[in-house]
Design a protein around this ligand. Structure first.
Ligand code: BES
Ligand code: MN
Ligand code: ZN
Length: 497
């Protein structure tokens, strides 16, 4: 899907379809008013007839209006003008892309005059590209017949009122499209099954990404991981025949000496729970347990495509968590790269066991900040559901910026606490700490507190995406979150230096 912007007005576009907004109170957006005037009142007539109520997300396709160059005019319901907030805007864009008519290749979308309070043209363009790309995404590469996508527009034109707006729109469209490319990469890796998307496969994909975008890449094997002293990570990996990988990707868009931002992504390519095995129901969804890793890949892809002026290192510890004669057993004690010892009371709390060593490894980059992204706890899903990712941070500015960027990109997070008092729950009689606290007791917080013990050397944030990385049920599939949040955050940091 291509995105372009031109100075001009939607009503004179020669696109296959022109989409204009209509509010629920009968008020017309400027482009809808102009279409109405040109066509001798066709828009108001459609409203009067009751066929278009302006209800948010509703559409009405009109054909061959007199005085209008485009063969189709799509009326898009925006809801009440006062309630056109960020989510309603994106919903209207998706409705327009879906409703443009199967004959439409070129769609002119008059979205710059859908005013969202507090948001500028660049934001409108960014979210337009993201929302439109969301509609056309398909994962059908493992089906013998591809699902058809040809009923959607292939090009979207965003008309801009003047040259300044056009520049802002062009910037926003390219950002939104690059972020969508990152989201699609994260979705694809997430959706691939555990027998395809193995730790080795992730390593190969890292090399492909590095080759395409000239990133630095290192893929460490079991022997090299052992040399680093990552006893905690390796203890999880050893339960499987599939060998682990430690993947390091480096994007150098900033100054040589500028401290990098480090993204650490949980890369469990399948989580059976290990000896503390999970129930059978929905266990297939544990192929998504590498969505943190996928988000790191996707974010790096977006930043590299945009040539963002910032240095970012991605670290992905990747392995499977399976039961076997070599797997961790409850009560086993392992030594992490940091030197701290861990009593493994539950082998299903494996994410923290691989992340703690990656977080120690991150120190060597002298990071400006480290953000880890992990499908870490079922408890986070209990706390926040599928709307907000869980955010934990040891740095206030980092937390605030991540929260704000998440809201802007409709990829929200909600902050949860990291008080020292929670640490008592990780006490072990036999090692420096246990890998779980008391069952049923603030599980998402305890997991974050475990990680915090390995992050003293730098400002740190942790995103628990257990509830937001994929959808269940009929729409089962990876969401690509939190690529938009992370990319927007890093674009902002790149611009603020
Ligand atoms: N990958 C899971 C977390 C998870 C579970 C994400 C369900 C999404 C849906 C993680 O490795 C895990 O199993 N965590 C345990 C921790 C517990 C043993 C302390 C959990 O949440 O049950
Ligand atoms: Mn687990
Ligand atoms: Zn897991």
């Amino acid at each position: 899907m291509d995105f372009i912007t031109k100075v001009g007005s939607a009503d004179t576009c020669k696109a296959d379809c022109v989409a204009v907004g209509v509010y629920a109170d009968g008020e017309l957006t400027p482009a809808a008013q102009r279409i109405d005037a040109r066509s001798g009142g066709a828009v108001r007539a459609a409203i009067r007839s009751g066929d278009m109520t302006g209800k948010r997300g509703s559409v009405l396709l009109l054909r061959a209006l007199p005085g209008v160059a485009a063969p189709r005019v799509l009326l898009v319901g925006l809801g009440k003008a006062a309630e056109l907030h960020e989510k309603a805007y994106a919903e209207a864009v998706r409705a327009a892309v879906k409703g443009a008519g199967s004959g439409t290749r070129d769609l002119a979308l008059a979205a710059t005059d859908w005013a969202v309070r507090g948001r500028d043209t660049r934001w409108q363009a960014q979210l337009l590209a993201l929302a439109a790309r969301e509609v056309v995404y398909r994962f059908d590469e493992l089906k013998s017949k591809r699902d058809s996508t040809d009923t959607f527009p292939t090009r979207i034109l965003l008309p801009a009122p003047d040259a300044a707006a056009q520049r802002a729109a062009a910037l926003g469209l390219s950002e939104g499209n690059a972020i969508a490319n990152g989201v699609d990469l994260a979705k694809r890796l997430g959706n691939l099954p555990g027998n395809v998307c193995t730790p080795r496969y992730l390593g190969e994909q890292a090399r492909v990404l590095a080759r395409t975008f000239k990133l630095g890449v290192e893929v460490l094997d079991e022997r090299q991981i052992e040399k680093l002293g990552m006893g905690s990570f390796l203890s999880v990996a050893r339960g499987s025949e599939e060998p682990p990988r430690l993947i390091v990707l480096k994007y150098q868009g900033g100054g040589k000496s500028a401290a990098p931002y480090v993204l650490v992504g949980k890369g469990i390519t399948f989580d059976s729970g290990g000896i503390s095995i999970k129930p059978a129901a929905n266990m297939d969804e544990m192929k998504f347990d590498m969505c943190g890793a996928a988000a790191v890949f996707g974010t790096l892809r977006a930043l590299a495509e945009l040539k963002a002026k910032i240095n970012v290192v991605g670290i992905v510890p990747a392995c499977e968590n399976l039961p076997s004669g070599r797997a961790n057993k409850p009560g086993d004690i392992v030594k992490s790269m940091s030197g701290q010892t861990i009593e493994i009371l539950n082998t299903d709390a494996e994410g923290r066991l691989i992340l703690c060593d990656a977080l120690t490894y991150a120190q060597r980059f002298k990071p400006a900040a480290v953000i880890d992204i992990a499908t870490l706890t079922g408890a986070c899903v209990v706390a926040l559901g599928n709307v907000n990712s869980g955010l934990f941070a040891t740095d206030e500015k980092l937390a605030e910026d991540l929260l704000r960027c998440g809201r802007a990109m409709l990829d929200p997070a909600w902050r949860l606490p990291l008080d020292d008092d929670y640490q008592d729950d990780l006490k072990s009689n036999f090692a420096d700490m246990a890998n779980i606290g008391s069952p049923g007791n603030a599980g998402a917080v305890i997991a974050a507190c475990f990680l915090a013990r390995f992050t003293k050397a730098y400002p740190w944030a942790h995103l628990d995406i257990a509830g937001t990385a994929w959808r269940r049920g009929a729409a089962k599939g990876a969401t690509g979150r939190p690529v938009p949040l992370l990319t927007q955050f890093l674009l902002e940091r790149a611009a603020s230096r």
